[in-house]
Design a protein around this ligand. Structure first.
Ligand SMILES: Nc1ncnc2c1ncn2[C@@H]1O[C@H](COP(=O)(O)OP(=O)(O)OP(=O)(O)O)[C@@H](O)[C@H]1O
Length: 322
């Protein structure tokens, strides 16, 4: 074997960070081949940099971690408690779970959250749709069918997280939304021409003017560091580029944006007379579950706000709005 080429080959088989161990994965973000040990270190320290550079937290703050029991929020709970300890953030951390009442799905994942509570020593608060709204998702699906139920789930979850965070008296809520989620939301909001959501969906902190700001420490973290998707194989930075183009989107100053007010029924933030959750509940309780789905009519017209903003609340999937 040729000495020089043999040397190159051996070198390329070593982790590009420590140059000692064999690589276990190729990072989609950088295409670096790195070993497991170095991956954990760079993964956690990158999130630490995002937290510090964006001044996400202040010492002494109470922070709720939106914990669904899925992989993103489970990793988030681990990373938040680890970095809080390692870098002395001085944060009081809590796990906050929403039980939507989906048999065979959320009840299972809540078991994971209960294990995290013990593993990381973080107090857990569970709020349920049944307690907050009088309906479980199973009951809603029975009434509305499978087609439109994600509207209910998304709208109710967003509000349930805020209500749970208020009960915990936290300063901020963090969620496990990752770079892939945000890139997808940027594209969907562009396709829908939803200027209001486009302008805020790339922000790492949202709702600073509302009761409880939300942060996304995983804004620049790929959903699957170990799974190289087709798009990323062609152009590894594509996902981060989409977020950047969303951030760079300029909105004409003449564009009319929805005015943030409060729901006349429950007091939650709303740009309409009633918040979306109240409109949906009204439909459920009157036996007209499709009332709040599709374009807002009748029940939610604000006469003095008859502008482009009226469609903002009638998007079919509430989960697109962080
Ligand atoms: N039922 C829930 N209870 C508490 N937080 C939730 C719940 N559902 C979602 N979240 C929060 O919103 C984030 C994004 O939720 P999404 O439904 O998009 O799930 P995901 O991307 O699969 O994340 P995960 O793997 O954490 O479930 C989650 O990471 C979590 O922080």
């Amino acid at each position: 074997m040729d000495g020089a080429h043999g040397g190159e080959k051996t070198k390329s088989r070593l982790c590009s960070i420590c140059n000692q161990r064999r690589p276990a994965l190729k990072r989609p973000k950088t295409l670096q081949q790195i070993c497991r040990e170095c991956f954990y270190v760079v993964f956690e320290e990158e999130i630490h940099s995002v937290i510090v550079n964006n001044k996400l937290f202040k010492p002494g703050e109470r922070i709720a971690i939106g914990a669904s029991g899925g992989k993103d929020s489970t990793v988030l709970a681990y990373v938040m408690s680890e970095l809080n300890r390692r870098h002395n953030y001085g944060l009081d951390l809590f796990l906050l779970s929403v039980d939507e009442g989906i048999t065979g799905y959320r009840d299972d994942s809540l078991e994971t959250v209960k294990r995290n509570e013990i593993q990381y020593g973080l107090p857990l608060k569970v709020v349920s749709y049944k307690d907050l709204y009088g309906w479980t998702m199973d009951e809603i699906v029975k009434m509305i069918g499978l087609k439109n139920n994600c509207t209910f789930c998304g709208v109710f979850r967003r509000q349930a997280l805020d209500r749970g965070a208020a009960l915990l008296k936290v300063d901020k809520l963090v969620t496990g939304h990752n770079a892939d989620d945000i890139a997808e939301t940027v594209l969907l909001n562009i396709l829908r021409g939803d200027i209001a959501r486009l302008s805020r969906c790339t922000s790492i902190i949202t709702g600073e003017d509302g009761p409880i700001p939300r942060c996304k420490p995983f804004k620049y973290t790929y959903e699957k560091e170990i799974f190289i998707k087709d798009l990323e194989r062609i152009r590894p930075r594509a996902i981060l580029d989409i977020i950047k183009s969303g951030e760079d989107f300029r909105i004409a100053t003449s564009t009319k944006m929805p005015e943030q007010g409060t729901c006349q029924r429950c007091g939650y933030i709303s740009s309409q007379k009633w918040c979306k959750a109240c409109v949906l509940l009204e439909g459920l309780n009157r036996g007209l579950p499709k009332l709040g789905i599709g374009r807002t009519r009748g029940v939610n017209r604000k006469d003095d706000q008859h502008n482009d903003a009226k469609n903002i609340q009638s998007k079919p999937c509430g989960s697109l709005d962080f």
